[in-house]
Design a protein around this ligand. Structure first.
Ligand SMILES: *Cc1c(COP(=O)(O)O)cnc(C)c1O
Length: 449
């Protein structure tokens, strides 16, 4: 029995579960999609909350620029660029027999400064929020101060009284650990068994305490939470439920809008924008998608991508069980090469709040992630980590779907011919070159010469 039903009963009531259990690549387009004007109300956060988060990041810009000089060129704002992928698009169109039209682009969060992944948005934002709350309450900062004063021994000694802890498969730990340690916090990262050695080494070199677990992400998070709860000086960054992480991600949307405008890309009903977001626990893609829906309304279509071995969000939303179900409940092993996506149980908060806002979900095999990793490098010269390729199949999934989705949301052939497809490249910029060569070698074996 699985949550009160036999597997055969689950297959009868929810046929796609068979594909998930058999680890077949699958897509599910959301039959409950609703207009943004209605469905945004399901999320307990508002445009004002995102604007506050954006303003907070601006207040910190003078500090960030000082302590991370690589951000100086962008005025201390941690942001990534967008770039077109014409050669990759041509190859994918040929592979899948796609109609010409539309344009494929990449959001290069893989190359965000400081931690080289999308976690440099939410993770760093939450640490900065916590630091600001403490500094204002403790008299270290007054409203209106230049936050560059936080780059001082006095400030570091102040933050040194406090602790920040997080459970992570790797990238969140890097962002939280590096930012916390730089401010002066005592930082602890609880890491799951699948976390890469170089990430642990990097954190330790920044003075972060790394606690290693033999088990998966959920256990690392639960242990970290337990240890933090018994310590009032410790702030635990809760990847499964944090609204601060979520808001840090959501700020991406207004910035993307500026970048699209600068690239002369129109987004409206006649020129839809599709965004393909790799999903682990859901906070990152959920936050970005929330911001995108606030910014572009029904003209943006957000689709989540997961590994075939860790389809936790698809399973949670499709069954309506959300965080009450894990992939392991169905015998799916949650073992994948896609760092950051090896999550067996989704955030309950994201799946529930966003179930009428997201257009769809699909899964990708690890082998395909490696193949696309090599194809991306060969066609565009861009190096990403496996998880960051999960968004690449999205365009073909949308254009080839047979579930009535395109008709349901009014995506005519003419509109699709004017579409922009944006792959959210979530990580890879800090992968050591030996690791990257190994990824590429694996992927190239799957490509024709
Ligand atoms: C964490 C991560 C994601 C997904 O973010 P979640 O908030 O866990 O859903 C995607 N890609 C990479 C590289 C990540 O590190």
């Amino acid at each position: 029995m699985i949550l009160g039903k036999t597997l055969e009963n689950w297959y009868a009531s929810h046929p796609l579960i068979r594909d998930l259990v058999e680890l077949k690549e699958t897509s599910w387009f959301n039959p409950a999609i609703a207009p943004a004007s209605e469905a945004l109300g399901d999320v307990c956060l508002t445009a004002q909350d995102v604007a506050d988060a954006s303003a907070r990041l601006s207040r910190y810009a003078s500090y960030i620029m000082r302590v991370f000089p690589e951000t100086a060129a962008n005025g201390g704002i941690i942001e990534s660029g967008i770039r077109p992928l014409p050669a990759l698009q041509a190859l994918l169109a040929q592979e899948h027999g796609l109609q010409p039209g539309g344009a494929l682009w990449l959001k290069t969060d893989s190359h965000l400064p400081i931690s080289g992944s999308i976690k440099a948005r939410g993770g760093i934002y939450e640490v900065l929020k916590q630091a600001e709350d403490l500094a204002l309450a403790g008299g270290l900062l007054q409203a209106g101060d230049d936050y560059a004063v936080l780059d001082s021994d006095k400030a570091r000694a102040f933050f040194g009284q406090y602790k920040i802890a997080v459970g992570s498969t790797g990238n969140l730990g890097l962002s939280i650990g590096i930012m916390s340690a730089r401010l002066g916090f005592q930082a602890t990262v609880h890491m799951s068994a699948d976390a890469r050695q170089w990430k642990k080494d990097k954190l330790r070199s920044h003075g972060v305490t790394v606690v290693e677990y033999a088990s998966d992400y959920s256990v690392a998070v639960a242990e970290g939470r337990k240890q933090a709860e018994s310590d009032p000086a410790c702030h635990f960054v809760d990847d499964e439920n944090s609204t601060n992480l979520f808001l840090g991600y959501a700020v991406a949307a207004e910035r993307l809008k500026g970048q699209l405008t600068a690239a002369n890309i129109v987004v409206d009903a006649e020129h839809p924008l599709f965004v393909y977001l790799p999903c682990g626990v859901g906070g990152g893609p959920g936050g970005v998608a929330f911001g995108l829906k606030l910014t572009f309304g029904d003209a943006v279509h957000c689709i989540f991508a997961e590994p075939t071995h860790s389809p936790c969000m698809l399973l949670g939303v499709y069954t309506g069980l959300h965080d009450a179900v894990s992939v392991q409940d169905f015998g799916i092993d949650n073992v994948t090469a896609a760092d950051g996506l090896a999550v067996g149980r989704p955030s309950g908060f994201v799946g529930k709040a966003m179930q009428r806002l997201l257009d769809g979900y699909y899964t990708v095999s690890d082998e395909e992630l490696y193949r696309l990793l090599a194809l991306m490098e060969r066609s565009e010269g861009i190096r990403l980590e496996p998880s960051a390729l999960a968004g690449v199949p999205g365009m073909a999934r949308v254009l080839g779907e047979q579930q009535g989705y395109r008709a349901r949301v009014g995506l005519s052939a003419e509109r699709l011919a004017h579409a922009t497809h944006l792959v959210w490249g979530t990580g890879g910029g800090m992968v050591p070159s030996a690791e990257m060569e190994a990824y590429l070698a694996k992927g190239r074996q799957l490509l024709p010469d």
